[in-house]
Unconditional design. Structure first.
Length: 50
């Protein structure tokens, strides 16, 4: 799958109560794997109380 970029914006959990946004490399699928493009996601207000 040819991608326009080799990185994507991700929510990265560094520690408890330390969630940051950052760019991460997009992994390439291996044999018998697929890669899906996610159009949108959401986080519920209660999800941030980990």
């Amino acid at each position: 799958m040819a991608a326009a970029t080799d990185k994507n914006l991700s929510a990265i959990l560094f520690a408890v109560k330390d969630l940051r946004m950052g760019e991460r490399p997009i992994p390439q699928p291996g044999p018998n794997q697929v890669q899906l493009k996610i159009e949108a996601v959401g986080i519920c207000g209660t999800d941030v109380h980990y």
